[in-house]
Design a protein around this ligand. Structure first.
Ligand code: AMP
Length: 360
């Protein structure tokens, strides 16, 4: 396994908050970061002077970017395959296109998990309103229909409670391929982030519990309040997927806990919002761990140093920054986005969970 030492240049496709926090971690270890993004106004461009501005269809610019970096990663699994193929010709790019191919498609990722003997909600592939209707009959209502590609933060998905809604739901999805799943009456939503190096060494963060508001992550509670048996299942699921996909970098797996069983919901081969707590609550943040994994460095300690809660600051919630600065045990992170639009992730705060601090 090749080691890329401090002083090397990391390239990141994408310039949002995940790229920004990765670049900050890289800077701490003496690496330079070169960002490939559309606009210099993006959060990651504010903290590193090296950037190439272009879109993912501009292969000349992608080539320029790739020839000026030593290793490449991405903050978004939906980077087009052609863009990844272009940069890969000049520098190693992690995650590999084989991982992206699966992680870009909800049907492929759930089928992959099933083939490994891992549990998922019951699901069917559908390509028309007629197929959707027969899937609803097979799965039993209520169900949730999702586009197979490009869904995030609840976008591209609809809960179906009555069979009469079939036609309207199919039209609303605006797609020619969808996945329809049984709606799981889960007790908890949890996630695990696992790092893996090219030589196969893996290290996982503890399972955490995620609470959503309007289908967007609102709070992550660390560690998840789960039994030892559920904890083991969750770690087994994340590590099996990471190993079998041969991920180099990070794999975040979102799961449902229902009746003591862990079901896989979704995975992302990149830093994940539910791992932001690790900047302040672990010895090695998920961003530093990503850098360590793709540069062939020793993987760092991924234990939680103390119980904590990460709260996302969505839209105008970021206006409460003063309160968080005054709160004992709170670590505030703002992403430098100019406009606080509804649903936009503006920052987060990680609060050390001493009794009484998060409650009320
Ligand atoms: P996803 O984009 O697939 O992560 O879905 C967003 C959110 O919708 C999840 O975090 C769950 O709260 C909910 N959800 C998605 N799929 C299911 C399911 N099969 N059963 C119950 N809730 C679901």
């Amino acid at each position: 396994m090749k080691t890329l030492p401090p002083g090397s240049t990391l390239g990141i496709l994408g310039g949002g908050q995940l790229a920004r926090m990765t670049a900050m971690a890289a800077a701490r270890l003496g690496y330079k970061t070169h960002i490939y993004t559309r606009s210099a106004d993006e959060p990651a461009c504010q903290i590193t002077p090296w950037r190439t501005l272009g879109d993912f269809g501009d292969h000349k610019k992608l080539e320029f970017f790739a020839t000026n970096v030593d290793v490449i990663t991405l903050e978004w699994e939906n980077v087009p395959a052609a863009a990844v193929a272009t940069v890969e010709r000049h520098a190693p790019c992690y995650p590999k296109s084989s991982v992206l191919h699966i992680a870009q498609n909800r049907l492929l990722e759930k089928s992959f998990a099933r083939e490994l003997g891992l549990l998922t909600p019951e699901f069917r592939a559908v390509h028309s309103a007629v197929e959707l209707r027969s899937a609803l009959d097979a799965l039993k209502l209520p169900c949730i229909a999702k586009t197979t590609r490009m869904g995030y933060d609840g976008k591209g998905q609809v809960v179906i409670r009555k069979a009469e809604e079939t036609e309207n739901v199919w039209k609303a999805l605006k797609t020619d391929e969808a996945i329809v799943e049984a709606l799981v009456p889960f007790e908890q939503e949890i996630s695990v982030i696992t790092a893996r190096r090219a030589d196969g060494l893996m290290r996982s963060y503890p399972p955490v519990e995620n609470r959503h508001k309007n289908a967007i992550l609102d709070e992550t509670h660390v560690p998840a309040n789960i039994s030892e048996e559920v904890r083991k299942q969750a770690l087994h699921m994340a590590e099996t997927l990471c190993e079998k996909l041969e991920v180099v970098g990070l794999l975040a797996v979102e799961m449902f806990v229902v009746n003591g069983k862990v079901l896989m919901n979704e995975m992302a081969p990149r830093p994940h919002n539910s791992g932001h707590w690790s900047i302040d609550g672990a010895t090695t943040s998920q961003f530093e761990q990503l850098l360590r994994a793709i540069c062939g460095l020793p993987l760092g300690d991924a234990h939680a140093l103390f119980p904590c809660v990460m709260k996302n600051l969505i839209g105008h919630e970021s206006g409460n920054w003063r309160d968080y600065l005054s709160m004992p045990g709170a670590h505030l992170h703002l992403y430098g986005k100019r406009e606080a639009r509804d649903g936009r992730k503006m920052g987060h705060v990680t609060i050390r969970n001493r009794k009484g601090e998060m409650e009320g």
